[in-house]
Structure formats: C-alpha cells, structure tokens
Design a protein around this ligand. Structure first.
Ligand code: NAP
Length: 315
C-alpha cells in the first residue's frame, strides 16, 4: 500500500538526523518526527540545542555552536528529501507490520522505525524544583546564563556537564560555586583543570543541596555536608542542575526491552532491538559514550540496518 513508508525516524538529534541523511540518500524517503519546540526534554535537534560551543565534533577545527551544528544536520537531511513533522510521537505499535506511529490524531505506518529520542536532564527531586524552574533554577546554562550577569550562582554535579556549565557560566556570573557531593570530580582531567584554574569558580566539596529556597525567585540553597552532616545556607540567585540524564523511553517501555537504568536494549554492535524492523540509536540506547559523534555514528548504523532489513523483507 502506498501510504506505508519505508522508514519513520522518531527523534532529531545527531543520531536521528544522521539516520535521516543516510536513509534519504538510500531512497527510503524518511519521515522524521522531530519533537516539539516548546519542550525541554525532546526538543527538535536534541541536547545539542541546549549546548554552547562544541569543540570535539570532527570537521570543525574552530568549534561550532550546538544549535548551529544541528541546523547543518537538518539541512543536509532535508536536501536529500527527508520530511519533518515538528511534533512529538504520542503512541507506537510495534506488534504487527506495518508498524504504526501516532502523532496526535494522525497515524503513520511504516515497515521500519528508527528510535532516536535521546535523553533528558535529571533533577534533584526537591519540592521547590517545579515552582522555581525558570525563576532562578535552570538545567541549561546556554539558555539561561545571560540572566545571571554579575550574580553569584551555583552548579550542582561533578561530571563533565557540571564542570563545563560552571566554566561557561563564569562568562556572566561574578562567582560560580560548584556543589559536589564527593571529594573528587567525575569530570575529565582537562575539564577539571579548566575549572580549578578559573578564579571565579569555587568548588564546594562533600556538599549536597537539601533545599531550594525562594518565594517567587530562587534566593539560596540549603547545603548539607555529606561527611559531617553540618548545614549551611548558600545565598545565590541562580542554581543550575547538571547531574546527568534520563533516556526518553517511556513511549516504548511496554513494547521494547529496557536496561535497568531505562535505556533501550540493542544487540551488541548493532542498532537492532528485539523487534525485527525496529532499530534504536543515539543516547536513547547509549548510557556509556553519550557523545554527539557516537550518536551520529550509531544513527548511520541504524540507517544501514533498516535499509538491509527492508531489502531482505520488503524488496
Ligand atoms: P555524569 O557523568 O553521570 O555525572 C553526573 C554527576 O552528577 C556526577 O558527578 C554525580 O555525582 C552527580 N550527581 C548525580 N546525581 C546526583 C544527585 N542526586 N545529587 C547530586 N549530585 C548528583 O553526567 P554528565 O556530567 O551529564 O555527563 C554525561 C556524559 O556526557 C559523560 O559521559 C560525559 O563525559 C559526557 N559529557 C561530555 C562533555 C564534553 O566532552 N564536552 C560535556 C558534557 C557531558 P557522583 O560523581 O558522586 O556520581
């Protein structure tokens, strides 16, 4: 039937758009369900839309801004005929061929589906988080750093994200506290050195945020020393949470195998899920490398896997 597509790609970060470029060039006419612009979890372009400078994506010796890089990815997919729907997929059915993917009231059918819905920021789970997000509390230094010019702020976390955000935020803030729950950072050595050598950054070791304070705007955080148990209030006007990510797999949880940490299971060295014709790539199935370039590479794998599967099953 003519309304059955060869491939639908759900998600439009580096993985999904690379899959779109490859499947478009293989004449599979990909339909990309790219996400919702207003969303902070699965916005079109994925997590790089919330990033500043990307220095480690090959081919850009001077670095490139994350959103600009994703515009290039999208333009390249578009050039070869990929179609885009700027909404979220709301339901999938992988129980029979053709598979269906619903976007609101509209149902799309396809022989293959490539899942590349990525991951999103983890939160601390404290009571005031929902109320104060956007009012001093943020998960995106790129988006919100500008609002904290000459102010004292903090970043929570000890990984690459936290250290990178703290360093970036010193462009605006007068002081950035890096609040970490241990006495050792998880971040790579080069990132650590940048932060340790930055006079505007002060690392608060062995501290966890137990309360986010403020009525209409964030005014401070209560810190607890993880060794002594002592508490103190840190008066700040901004708090950036950078403690890791959660994969966007809720749409697939009842149909595909998930790892204990919620990431999609794929066969080793492959993008294949346990359902023939359904493939996954990028951060939604990668809890280890989580880089734009590895996501892009796995998007290429998914496209080739989908193309070969289609060739063998629907030629
Ligand atoms: P991550 O490496 O998982 O680090 C999360 C950090 O947050 C850890 O230091 C962790 O503490 C802390 N944390 C977790 N839950 C917490 C909680 N409830 N309260 C307080 N602290 C909490 O996550 P990430 O920094 O987002 O990095 C994810 C991946 O992306 C990594 O592989 C990283 O290398 C990569 N990345 C690379 C770049 C780059 O190269 N430019 C930039 C960003 C991210 P513990 O250390 O105690 O566990």
């Amino acid at each position: 039937m003519s309304d059955i597509r060869d491939v639908i790609i759900i998600g439009s970060g580096p993985a999904g758009l690379t899959a779109a470029i490859y499947t478009a060039r293989a004449n599979m006419g990909p339909l990309v369900i790219e996400g919702e612009p207003s969303s902070t979890s699965d916005q079109p372009g994925g997590q790089l839309m919330l990033t500043t400078e990307v220095e480690n994506f090959p081919g850009f010796p001077e670095g490139i801004m994350g959103p600009e890089l994703m515009m290039h990815f999208r333009a390249q997919a578009s050039r070869f005929g990929a179609e885009f729907i700027t909404q979220k997929a709301t339901k999938v059915d992988f129980n029979q061929q053709p598979f269906t993917v619903e976007v609101g009231d509209v149902t799309y059918r396809s022989h293959t589906v490539i899942i590349s819905t990525g991951a999103q920021s983890l939160m601390l789970g404290l009571p005031n988080e929902d109320r104060l997000i956007g009012h001093g509390l943020s998960t995106c230094a790129t988006c919100d750093g500008f609002f904290f010019k000459d102010q004292e702020i903090a970043v929570v976390g000890g990984g690459d994200s936290a250290v990178e955000e703290a360093t970036f935020l010193t462009r605006f803030a007068s002081k950035v506290y890096l609040v970490h729950r241990r006495d050792e950072l998880r971040a790579s050595k080069i990132m650590q050195e940048r932060a340790l050598n930055n006079p505007k950054i002060e690392i608060l070791w062995n501290k966890k945020v137990t309360e986010i304070q403020g009525d209409e705007k964030l005014s401070g955080v209560l810190l607890e020393d993880t060794v002594s148990g002592e508490e103190n209030v840190l008066p700040i006007t901004g708090l950036f949470i950078a403690i890791g990510h959660q994969p966007n797999t809720s749409l697939f949880a009842d149909q595909l195998d998930l790892k204990d940490n919620g990431y999609l299971v794929t066969e080793p060295d492959s993008s294949k899920t346990q359902i023939p014709g359904v493939f996954a790539c990028g951060d939604v199935q990668d809890d280890y490398y989580r880089q734009a370039i590895t996501a892009a590479g796995s998007g290429c794998m998914a496209a080739i896997d989908a193309e070969r599967w289609l060739e063998e099953n629907h030629a």
